[in-house]
Design a protein around this ligand. Structure first.
Ligand SMILES: *[C@@H]1O[C@H](CO)[C@@H](O)[C@H](O)[C@H]1NC(C)=O
Ligand SMILES: *[C@@H]1O[C@H](CO)[C@@H](O)[C@H](O)[C@H]1NC(C)=O
Ligand SMILES: *[C@@H]1O[C@H](CO)[C@@H](O)[C@H](O)[C@H]1NC(C)=O
Ligand SMILES: *[C@@H]1O[C@H](CO)[C@@H](O)[C@H](O)[C@H]1NC(C)=O
Ligand SMILES: *[C@@H]1O[C@H](CO)[C@@H](O)[C@H](O)[C@H]1NC(C)=O
Ligand SMILES: *[C@@H]1O[C@H](CO)[C@@H](O)[C@H](O)[C@H]1NC(C)=O
Ligand SMILES: *[C@@H]1O[C@H](CO)[C@@H](O)[C@H](O)[C@H]1NC(C)=O
Ligand SMILES: *[C@@H]1O[C@H](CO)[C@@H](O)[C@H](O)[C@H]1NC(C)=O
Ligand SMILES: *[C@@H]1O[C@H](CO)[C@@H](O)[C@H](O)[C@H]1NC(C)=O
Ligand SMILES: *[C@@H]1O[C@H](CO)[C@@H](O)[C@H](O)[C@H]1NC(C)=O
Ligand SMILES: *[C@@H]1O[C@H](CO)[C@@H](O)[C@H](O)[C@H]1NC(C)=O
Ligand SMILES: *[C@@H]1O[C@H](CO)[C@@H](O)[C@H](O)[C@H]1NC(C)=O
Length: 818
């Protein structure tokens, strides 16, 4: 029975698709599993209290062995020690079985895993650590890593949290995977099933806290009904060792409590926060703490009352202190009404300016949460100088798993290599090695607290993040928070094996795609440190370099006809380079020593300025936009080469995304290049920019039920025009005649759907269907003489089969030249 159950499971696994909900915890059958005969046969659990993480570990081990080996483990007793897995805390183990050598080495949340002896030992410093050990063991098994090992694994930092920007109404700010799993219609959800699943996923990557609501916070979170709801969420998360935390609205005492003030030094305000905090802890005794965004982007805060940000943070610190809670206080405080005509104005200076004089003034349970770079999750930023400015304050690094500026899960961007660069960045405080990772762990400045906050924004979509491949970012976030010394590629390959199996071609292909995805995205969006040249005012998605300047947000490029970049030098600019320690400042102050990839972050230079590569700035722009967009085409072809090696559901889902990325990368490339060509009037040496001999503009075709549409920004469509159907329910056609020599051509339709890839089209040649697609399509076609009409032309016709879309036509000789 057992054997056939295994086979049926295997069969179903291949036949039916996978929706991604299992993420990397699939426990898929291991090839040749029956040949492994040295596996344990029972589990001895050192705490059988239902709901304890050790109990969860036992259940997880049962589940894993059934999935991976088709094997049912028995529940052993302490008498049947051999061939068993013993899981529990080191403390309980020592009481039952005596001392073991490694006990002293295990730190909080850490664990000892040994598969060397007659039993498998999984012993945590605490219950959570035991669960982490069980997940680690199962991950090894699922990857076929069956060699005997024995090691202690300890966390690099104590705070390893996610932030979720979920609103009470169920929407998620910068979330790309459907509505909230935590809230709906103004209240905490009644159904915490998916919250428990998320906690399980996070526990498996050793995340120990979730801030469940948006940093832009609604005070109604603190209503009695919602406090009770938070209790439900915490109850769902507790078996996984994941603690709940919340974001607060600084003005709550006034907005909700009816006080006349929210002044942090007013005793009634202090009492109000103590009271509400006690109420929350009564329902959530193990609440992790609060996250506070104050005096930032219009949010209320202590500055309203001329109090310091430290006064604001310490207000909450006092309230949670008796309960052992922590305050994460965001350093993302800046003036968003800066005046660009002031050459010295610089948003990048804000964090250090606001916080450096407060160093040492924060209570011990406050952690200042600092975005990795000085601005805002851009495709390339130097590490924030605030990390080395605060010596007597605990700090944490804020990373973004949700791809707000990085293609919003519609583009493959594997972020771990970027995080690694930041974490390994040496700020050289006091002339000593001061890597960001060692500062945020608390080690470098001997701080009691420190760690990681990752903005994830999962939604109800089965894939969690809206894209299967984006899940490598969540996985890598957890593992890097645990151990930043791990390599990005090493983490990635573990994730691929767990997510897609053991096929070598699959592993190599997805590794290659992922590892070049960030450099490619940087190439076709914004390179040389100019930031992601997106629409800064609204979507943060498509290209819009003009939107970056002439507003108060301070993400300026200062591009004019001759020159570009932010002068952040001390000698002539905003002085930002001087916020770094002298050794680092020296490098960034000098245009010669600044690395090319941060040149325009720190310097304002002529478009003809020569890079270290010998290219001019403008030619590098043109070339890298072509190279990056070409890489995006390669990603699509690489994914297509995996057809049949991945279940069809996930294959098709990713295929859709890769097609979109391939198309959108071309929009980015042409848009950015056209913009700077218009501005500088400097020609592309390779003659590509603004020169598209094979392109047919959709708006020049014969249109039926389509109409021309002026695109904003103008450069996002060649000729500044696209076509849209007359209404959402209209089916339109666009027709044109083409003449051509016999040969092989790629007919590429750059078909860009305003509403996120829901519309479809068909492409016909002389009434023969030669292609159809969602969102963006390109199909290689042999155009034969017989396709031609008497006059040597052929009729290409595009039909809208579902509507509301814009389109451009591009006909090209090769796939990258379109
Ligand atoms: C067992 O688990 C419960 C719940 O987590 C915990 O309160 C208790 O202390 C644990 N017992 C031991 C002996 O670790
Ligand atoms: C082992 O114990 C767990 C919970 O205590 C239970 O769910 C499971 O069914 C048991 N397994 C066997 C094989 O008895
Ligand atoms: C709770 O949500 C899960 C999916 O996350 C669903 O399967 C289940 O039916 C829901 N339960 C109730 C009572 O609605
Ligand atoms: C705390 O708040 C509750 C509910 O708002 C209120 O009933 C109670 O009197 C308050 N306690 C104190 C000491 O302010
Ligand atoms: C604000 O506080 C600063 C420093 O404490 C003080 O110098 C200044 O006068 C205060 N301003 C007002 C308007 O109270
Ligand atoms: C920015 O500063 C310039 C020069 O001081 C001034 O003319 C302009 O009005 C200012 N713009 C805004 C929006 O304040
Ligand atoms: C940090 O704290 C220590 C001890 O409290 C003190 O001696 C030192 O001056 C402080 N340094 C800063 C930069 O505040
Ligand atoms: C999940 O997201 C994908 C891509 O956006 C979409 O195709 C799918 O319909 C979504 N599924 C659910 C259940 O929301
Ligand atoms: C120095 O700054 C001014 C603006 O104040 C700018 O116009 C000029 O180009 C800068 N000079 C150099 C050498 O960067
Ligand atoms: C990015 O552009 C640079 C410069 O054109 C090129 O050398 C590099 O290969 C490109 N990388 C990718 C992944 O597109
Ligand atoms: C067309 O559909 C889009 C997306 O569903 C919607 O936002 C828009 O309002 C619709 N337009 C009309 C005219 O119905
Ligand atoms: C396409 O088919 C329609 C009738 O089905 C015919 O009227 C039309 O001439 C055909 N067009 C071409 C280019 O063959």
């Amino acid at each position: 029975m057992l054997f056939s159950g295994f086979l049926v499971g295997l069969f179903l696994g291949l036949a039916s698709g996978e929706d991604g909900s299992a993420a990397w915890l699939r426990y898929a059958p291991l090839p040749h599993a029956s040949s492994y005969n040295f596996l344990p046969s029972s589990i001895i659990t050192l705490n059988s209290t239902k709901g304890s993480p050790v109990y969860t570990a036992q259940q997880e081990l049962h589940r894993g062995f059934r999935g991976i080996f088709g094997k049912t483990l028995s529940n052993g007793s302490s008498r049947s020690r051999s061939e068993s897995i013993i899981v529990g805390t080191a403390h309980v183990y020592q009481k039952s079985y005596g001392e073991f050598d490694e006990a002293e080495e295990i730190e909080e949340d850490g664990y000892f895993l040994s598969t060397e002896g007659p039993q498998v030992l999984i012993l945590g410093q605490n219950e959570r650590g035991a669960l982490y050990g069980a997940f680690d063991y199962l991950s090894r098994l699922a990857q076929g890593k069956l060699d005997a090992v024995s090691y202690v694994s300890n966390p690099h930092a104590s705070i390893r949290w996610t932030n979720e920007w979920d609103n009470l109404d169920g929407s998620i700010e910068r979330g790309y995977a459907g509505p909230s799993i935590f809230f709906e219609n103004g209240f905490v959800t009644d159904n915490a099933t998916r919250v428990a699943k998320y906690a399980r996923l996070l526990a498996s990557i050793r995340i120990n806290g979730i801030i469940v609501n948006n940093v832009n916070t609604n005070e109604m979170l603190l209503s009695p009904q919602n406090i009770d709801g938070l209790g439900r969420l915490a109850d769902a998360m507790r078996p996984y060792g994941v603690q709940l935390g919340i974001s607060l609205n600084f003005a709550s005492p006034q907005l909700l409590g009816g006080l006349g003030t929210f002044d942090p030094l007013d005793p009634t305000v202090d009492a109000w926060w103590a009271n509400i905090t006690n109420q929350i802890y009564a329902r959530v005794p193990d609440m992790a703490g609060y996250l506070v965004k104050a005096n930032s982007e219009g949010q209320p805060g202590p500055l309203t009352y001329n109090r310091t940000l430290a006064d604001g943070a310490n207000l909450f610190a006092r309230a949670v202190k008796p309960h052992g809670g922590i305050i994460m206080f965001r350093a993302f405080v800046y003036d968003h009404h800066l005046n660009e005509s002031n050459w010295k104005a610089d948003r990048a200076n804000a964090a250090v300016e606001f916080f450096q004089d407060l160093d040492g003034k924060f209570d011990d349970n406050v952690v200042v949460q600092i975005k990795y770079g000085p601005i805002d999750f851009q495709v390339r930023e130097p590490a924030s100088p605030l990390f080395s400015s605060l010596r007597n304050t605990s700090t944490a690094i804020e990373l973004q798993v949700t791809q707000e500026y990085l293609g919003q899960q519609s583009h493959l961007v594997c972020i771990a290599p970027m995080w690694k660069e930041i974490l390994e960045f040496d700020l050289k405080a006091d002339n000593r090695s001061s890597k960001v990772k060692d500062i945020v762990s608390g080690e470098r400045f001997r701080r009691p607290l420190g760690g990681f906050a990752g903005v994830v924004n999962v939604g109800t979509n089965a894939t969690w993040l809206g894209s299967h491949l984006a899940m490598s970012n969540l996985y890598a976030y957890g593992l890097l928070a645990w151990d930043p010394a791990l390599g990005a590629e090493e983490i990635l390959q573990d994730w691929i094996r767990l997510t897609f199996g053991h096929d070598q071609k699959v592993i190599e292909t997805i590794t290659d795609m992922s590892m070049k995805s960030w450099p490619a995205y940087e190439n076709y969006t914004g390179n040389l440190g100019i930031q992601t040249l997106m629409d800064v005012l609204y979507s943060h998605f498509g290209p819009n370099p003009a939107s970056m300047d002439n507003n108060g947000w301070g993400m300026w490029t200062r591009a004019d006809k001759f020159s570009i970049g932010m002068d952040r030098t001390v000698k002539n600019g905003t002085g930002n380079a001087g916020q770094y320690s002298p050794e680092v400042a020296k490098v960034f102050e000098n245009v010669e020593t600044t690395p090319d990839n941060l040149l325009l972050w720190f310097h304002h230079v002529n478009y003809m300025h020569s890079l270290k590569s010998g290219k001019t700035v403008i030619q590098h722009f043109y070339d890298s936009h072509y190279e990056g967009a070409a890489t995006a085409q390669t990603l699509l072809r690489q994914w297509e080469s995996l057809k049949g090696k991945i279940d069809s559901e996930r294959y098709e889902h990713v295929l859709f995304r890769q097609k979109f990325q391939a198309g959108h990368a071309l929009v980015w490339r042409d848009s950015i290049n056209q913009f700077y060509y218009n501005l500088s009037e400097i020609k592309d040496e390779a003659g590509r920019v603004g020169n598209h001999p094979y392109r047919i503009e959709a708006e020049k075709m014969t249109l039926d039920s389509y109409k021309s549409y002026g695109v904003n920004p103008f450069h996002a469509a060649s000729g500044a025009q696209a076509i849209v159907t007359a209404s959402n329910s209209t089916i339109g056609t666009a027709t044109t005649k083409v003449t051509f020599e016999s040969g092989t051509y790629d007919v590429a339709v750059n078909y860009y759907d305003l509403i996120g890839g829901k519309a479809q089209y068909e492409l016909h040649m002389n009434n023969r269907t030669i292609g159809s697609a969602h969102s963006f399509g390109k199909s290689r076609r042999v155009l034969r003489r017989s396709d031609a009409l008497n006059d040597g032309s052929a009729c290409l016709c595009m039909w809208a089969v579902s509507s509301h879309r814009t389109a451009e036509w591009r006909l090209a000789h090769d796939s990258t030249g379109v």
